[in-house]
Design a protein around this ligand. Structure first.
Ligand code: IMP
Length: 433
């Protein structure tokens, strides 16, 4: 096995950063394939924190190629900042980063529109709760075939024409949403800044699809790093409370430009509980003090926006849906340590809706919101031993919890994380093996 896709199995923030970082030990190339700076991975290496938004979490392993696929929407300024931070730590040298020339650029008006829509949505009750990073508007431009791509930044006149054509349509929208039309000086600065960033990033750009395909053909170990989670997928998630890209494993093929027959294994990442940021149905959400305890214990605040995440019990119907959508072959369970000391621990094993028991969420988000979770309850456990390296090292009730999830999700665990550091991990199987 040499090609592995890692995806979030829930609503994002499952702890992909740590898992991808660990799996990168066995990978030659790590490919980020969808979304943009809406993602945020917090990596803890030797006790030091590094937060990445665009660069794959494999960045902490010098010598491994990090690729940003054509399906991404890239804010060139954020990428430059991140690159600077990584290079200051001796990471991501020139031959270790490749940015797909087909990736789309996020421009300031994408962020402006995203923010204006959210402000208006907050008043009308129709907010999505986006990260305001311009993700949706940039993908809209792409679908409308008006987007500015990485490759365009080498052609200033083309960028000027594209921006003018976009703004011709978007200024009325900006005004409609209560914003102000950008002046010519401002627009010129947006373009000049993007072109200047493009100049700095150019040495790192290339044909990402061919590069990745060649690595696979050469028998290299390639790791595809998904962003967000399966339930935020544009086509299959809890629409409209989703992101604007394909977050399931199939997105790796679509966005990186490789065929589905090249994928050998899919690892889903699930937290030992559930979180969600932004709006949308969340049947196992825990209100009040218990939810707050979980939020504090797990540090559940957005790595990108700092927003408090909504916290709830692990939702097996939602997890099963993720397993199915991405064809997961194994699961990584993260943050089991966070549940220590919380008292009784629950897991939702099914939903009740209109007198029926459901093993996966219904397709209509309104029905998901109406569904009642059916819980299995486990006696709580105290702190997990930080040196647990085998499931048998866990307290009996934590072990029962892990075994129940594995059995009811229907796929084996490849690892269980018992703390934020690399070492605090129970490794059960190697997805590359
Ligand atoms: P957008 O991707 O910024 O358009 O946001 C759409 C939805 O996806 C919102 O509910 C966001 O909170 C959510 N979202 C986007 N990126 C992430 C992420 O990396 N983790 C968790 N939720 C995310």
């Amino acid at each position: 096995m040499s090609v592995v896709v890692v995806v979030g199995a829930q609503w994002g923030d499952e702890g992909k950063g740590k898992v991808v970082d660990l799996m990168t030990e066995r990978a030659d190339t790590v490919v980020r394939y969808g979304g943009g700076a809406n993602a945020g991975h917090t990596l803890v290496i030797d006790g030091k924190k590094l937060v990445t938004h665009l660069v794959p979490s494999g960045v902490c392993h010098p010598g491994k190629a990090c690729v940003l696929g054509d399906g991404m929407v890239i804010d060139p300024h954020t990428l430059l900042e991140e690159l600077g931070e990584c290079q200051a730590r001796g990471l991501l040298q020139r031959n270790e980063l490749l940015i797909g020339l087909g990736a789309h650029i996020i421009l300031p008006y994408h962020k402006l529109i995203d923010g204006l829509r959210e402000d208006r949505g907050a008043k009308t009750g129709r907010a999505i709760g986006t990260t305001r990073r311009g993700i949706g508007p940039a993908y809209e431009a792409k679908a409308a075939r008006k987007g500015v791509r990485m490759r365009d930044l080498a052609k200033p006149e083309r960028v000027r024409q594209l921006v003018a054509a976009n703004l011709d349509e978007l200024v009325p929208l900006i005004l409609h949403l209560g914003g102000q039309a950008p002046g010519q000086v401002e627009v010129t600065k947006w373009i000049d800044d993007a072109l200047a960033a493009g100049d700095k990033l150019r040495p790192y750009t290339g044909d990402a699809g061919r590069h990745v395909d060649a690595a696979i053909t050469a028998g290299k170990h390639v790791l595809f790093e998904g962003a967000q989670g399966c339930l935020l997928d544009l086509d299959h998630g809890t629409y409209p409370y989703v992101t604007s890209s394909s977050t399931i494993a199939a997105g790796a093929c679509q966005s990186a430009g490789i065929g589905p027959t090249k994928i050998d294994a899919v690892v889903g990442i699930t937290k030992a509980y559930a979180t969600r940021v932004g709006e949308g149905p969340f049947p196992t959400e825990i209100p009040g003090e218990m939810g707050e305890r979980l939020r504090q214990a797990g540090g559940e605040f957005g790595a990108t926006t700092g927003r408090p995440r909504r916290c709830g019990w692990l939702d097996l119907p939602a997890l099963r849906m993720g397993v199915r959508l991405s064809g997961m072959t194994s699961l990584a369970l993260t943050k089991l340590d966070v549940l220590g000391g919380l008292g009784e621990v629950c897991v939702c094993v099914a939903y009740q809706l209109d007198g029926k028991e459901l093993d996966e969420p219904p397709t209509d988000p309104e029905d998901i919101a109406r569904a009642t979770p059916v819980y299995a309850k486990f006696p709580g456990w105290d702190r997990l031993p930080a040196d647990a390296r085998d499931v048998s090292d866990l307290p009996a009730s934590a072990r029962a919890y892990v075994e129940t999830i594995e059995r009811m999700a229907g796929v084996p665990f490849c690892l269980v994380s018992v703390g934020p550091d690399r070492a605090e991990t129970i490794r059960l199987s190697d997805p590359f093996a």
